[in-house]
Design a protein around this ligand. Structure first.
Ligand SMILES: Cc1cc2nc3c(=O)[nH]c(=O)nc-3n(C[C@H](O)[C@H](O)[C@H](O)COP(=O)(O)O)c2cc1C
Ligand code: SF4
Length: 595
């Protein structure tokens, strides 16, 4: 390892201490791990506590303290990727290459692991190799991949079609039909002024599209009325399994997103905005940087935005594999170059957010729609939707349906209408809002996608009659146990215990008493966890217990006697699969709640 390389990486980020996570990502990409010397170097060079730098390496899934293989392959382990065969493909690739899942091969050539949802569920099985996303993996492609790895063929020479990602837009409405001419929303804001714009955004009824549904105009007003320095952050973490709608906006509506961030920035008086994008979307990084540069050259970003005399610019920060970093306060910690541990609230981010200053954080879709409202007005937006949830919502639909992809629907659309749109047949259950959301059965298909009923950040997973809902809930319980940040006991211990119970029951060793324990443990984790991750982690098990009790009942043993089930083994198996052996735990608030 060359000190000159580490110095050059730091220089790329102007030696700014808060960019340490970005630097560590570069070190990982260069050396396939983050050597101890690099940790020591950055602590000294950036004048940071060594615990902060080492803490990052331990915390983020895509950073490692020991070398990975020269080819570092991750298969997406979302439930819908599994339904498409991702686990079998990962196991088959590992077997062909003679490597254990999650462990580098002795010669250092390759590592094959699983990762939480990669955000390409409608094109699964998907995954990553050396940070590049692959889609539509198949047995035939796995065969070829093994040969390419054995032959040490550079990834850049692998078949280009393996790395193609499509937008998969199936149905558009006002948002996807509206491209904003360069700078026009900013000019509309400058003409109308901050107070009128706030009124417009507030009366449009636009609620945060990341899931929690807080009124966007109200949040902006809170920051506008808070004195001092301000920041803007955009949440493009999109870690909720089954969600991939922000990917499409980042790919094809980046100007609309940056327009919205700029309007918000000028309005509250911020000079800097951060786009925090999940590491899995790194392949869009350069095109987004190019878009920002074009905007600077066109005078709609930078020193003197649209001749207003005001400065606003945007930086892009990448995540490194941690679902919890989508939680607003964890995201702020991560942008500051720390582990993504959710903060204690209050104060809200609007009062004390990034670098302890007033911060507006919104989801990608929220900024896009806010830019459109600024240009086209509140009525254009709120004449669509239902009485309590205005406008349209982008849904990413995957699973058992003929046409998975992106659907822009008016809020208030029923589950059944959505199933008809995507060509789903013999549907048994729909998971609305990802694992942290709500699982509904047939009897509830008349319910509405809306903040007043079934709130969702966008994830919709469809399961047909042939699916085993206990297995689905079990996989979600593993996801939460893996992604719990470990900060608070109810979630750290509770998600692990929930995972144990799910394994025990799924393997046919559970009893009626385990179900009772599971219910009361679920309630405890929901009620006593520190952040939205723990508050929602028990949902999949509790919902499926309520909606599909017969699927649990047929697995139970009549006596309270468990012959040979080893709970500890089930945990260590799951850690080995995901390559997370470094620490005990290393990916919403209630609707409309102030954050
Ligand atoms: C565990 C967890 C993960 C989250 N992930 C995301 C995410 O990936 N994207 C997002 O916009 N919001 C996510 N949220 C919600 C954010 O905390 C926050 O409500 C949102 O970014 C606010 O933006 P909005 O008001 O525009 O929706 C997550 C919340 C929790 C608890
Ligand atoms: S609830 Fe879970 S993810 Fe949230 S702070 Fe506690 S341990 Fe971390």
């Amino acid at each position: 390892m060359e000190i000159a390389t580490l110095t050059a990486i730091a220089a790329r980020y102007n030696n700014q201490p808060h960019c340490v996570l970005q630097m560590l990502r570069q070190v990982q990409a260069t050396y396939s791990y983050v050597p101890e010397e690099a940790i020591q170097f950055y602590a000294k060079h950036l004048d940071l506590p060594i615990s902060q730098v080492r803490g990052c390496v331990e915390f983020y899934s895509f950073l490692h303290q020991a070398p990975r293989g020269k080819y570092d392959v991750y298969f997406s382990d979302s439930v819908t990727d599994r339904m498409a065969g991702s686990l079998q493909l990962a196991e088959s690739l590992a077997a062909k290459l003679g490597v254990k899942l999650g462990e580098p091969r002795a010669d250092g050539q390759v590592t094959v692991s699983l990762t939480s949802c990669s955000g390409h569920c409608e094109q699964g099985p998907a995954g990553l190799v050396n940070g590049r996303v692959f889609t539509w993996m198949s047995a035939e492609r796995v065969e070829k991949m093994a040969a390419l790895i054995e032959a040490s063929t550079p990834v850049t020479q692998w078949p280009a079609e393996w790395f193609e990602v499509s937008d998969s837009i199936r149905k558009t409405n006002i948002t996807l039909d509206t491209h904003i001419p360069l700078g026009e929303s900013i000019k509309a804001f400058l003409a109308r002024g901050p107070v009128e714009t706030l009124n417009e955004v507030e009366t449009s009824g636009l609620q945060g599209r990341g899931g929690a549904g807080f009124n966007v105009g109200k949040k902006w007003r809170g920051a506008y009325e808070t004195p001092g320095v301000h920041y803007i952050t955009c949440n493009a973490d999109e870690g909720e399994p089954g969600t991939f709608k922000d990917r499409i906006l980042l790919n094809s509506y980046a100007d609309e997103l940056f327009e919205g961030m700029t309007v918000a920035g000028l309005l509250v008086g911020a000079e800097t905005g951060y786009l925090y994008m999940r590491g899995e979307y790194e392949y869009m990084h350069q095109q987004l940087q190019d878009c920002l540069q074009r905007r600077r050259e066109a005078g709609v970003l930078g020193e003197n935005v649209c001749g207003s005399g005001k400065k606003f610019d945007i930086e892009i920060h990448l995540g490194a594999g941690a679902y919890v970093c989508g939680e607003q306060s964890a995201l702020l910690e991560s942008v500051e170059g720390k582990r993504g541990i959710p903060r204690v609230r209050p104060p809200s981010a609007v009062k004390k957010g990034l670098f302890q200053q007033s911060t507006v954080n919104n989801n990608v879709e929220s900024f896009v729609q806010a830019a459109q409202v600024t240009l086209k007005g509140a009525t254009w937006f709120n004449s669509i939707g239902d009485a309590k949830s205005r406008g349209t919502k982008l849904l990413s639909i995957a699973g058992d349906c003929a046409k998975p992809g992106i659907y822009e629907v008016p809020l208030g659309t029923t589950v059944q209408e959505m199933l008809d749109l995507c060509g789903a047949e013999n549907t048994k259950a729909v998971q609305c809002g990802g694992p942290s959301g709500t699982c509904v059965g047939k009897a509830e298909f008349g319910r509405k996608i809306s903040y007043a009923d079934l709130a969702t950040g966008g994830s919709i997973m469809v399961f047909n009659e042939g699916r085993d809902m206990v297995e689905v809930a079990r996989q979600f319980s593993h996801f939460f146990a893996h992604e719990s940040c470990g900060f608070c006991t109810p979630c750290r211990v509770g998600t692990t215990l929930l995972q144990h119970y799910a394994d025990k029951i799924a393997k046919g060793h559970g009893t009626e008493r385990d179900l009772t324990e599971l219910r009361s443990l679920g309630a405890l984790v929901k009620n006593y966890s520190h952040c939205g991750l723990g508050e929602t982690a028990p949902n999949p098990l509790l919902d499926t217990l309520k909606n599909f009790p017969e699927e649990y009942q047929i697995r139970l043993v009549p006596v309270d006697f468990v012959p040979d089930f080893d709970m500890n083994q089930s945990v260590s198996e799951s850690r080995a699969l995901t390559g997370r052996t470094d620490q005990l735990h290393q990916s919403h608030t209630s609707v409309g709640a102030e954050e």
